[in-house]
Design a protein around this ligand. Structure first.
Ligand code: HEC
Length: 126
């Protein structure tokens, strides 16, 4: 289970429950904060997690093979007229008043751009 699967189903992030005692509590907290900051700072793209997200989450509306379902066909030949930036912004902000949700709470701009490039040209993004 990666963070996308979890977060999409449970949109309210809940901090992990942490048991503290007076002596080590503060050190444990500082360590956790440091790790969290490191994770954000590297902002690494995880292609496998993003590919799973496309199949499982985007696929739940756009069809498992992205041929379309509730949401339209997202195969390369269908969306080739869109620029990467347009697709990236649709992914980040969604389409208001439609079921297409904004993904900004769940992914960085770099990740959304990766997904946009992957949709346009999957064979170049292995
Ligand atoms: C809850 C259902 C749902 C999910 C999940 C979803 N979409 Fe959509 N998406 C839609 C719908 C419905 C539309 C069409 C909205 C409209 O009427 O214009 C759409 C439209 C789009 C469009 C515009 C397509 C076009 O030709 O105009 C893109 C691009 C897109 N989605 C990408 C994604 C991606 C990438 C993901 C996963 C990160 C995703 N969607 C997840 C429902 C969804």
């Amino acid at each position: 289970m990666d963070r996308f699967e979890k977060a999409y189903r449970d949109p309210i992030p809940r901090p992990p429950r942490r048991r503290r005692n007076a002596l080590t509590g503060n050190a444990v907290f500082t360590g956790a904060l440091f790790l969290a900051t490191m994770a954000l700072a590297t902002d690494a793209i995880d292609p496998d997690a993003l590919k799973r997200l496309v199949v499982q989450d985007c696929g739940s509306c756009h069809g498992l093979t992205l041929k379309g379902g509730l949401g339209p066909d997202l195969r390369p030949e269908t969306i080739e007229h869109y620029d990467v930036e347009v697709l990236r912004d649709v992914i980040l902000d969604g389409i208001p008043d439609t079921p297409m949700p904004p993904w900004r709470p769940l992914m960085s701009e770099a990740e959304a751009e990766w997904v946009a490039r992957y949709l346009l040209s999957p064979e170049d993004m292995q």
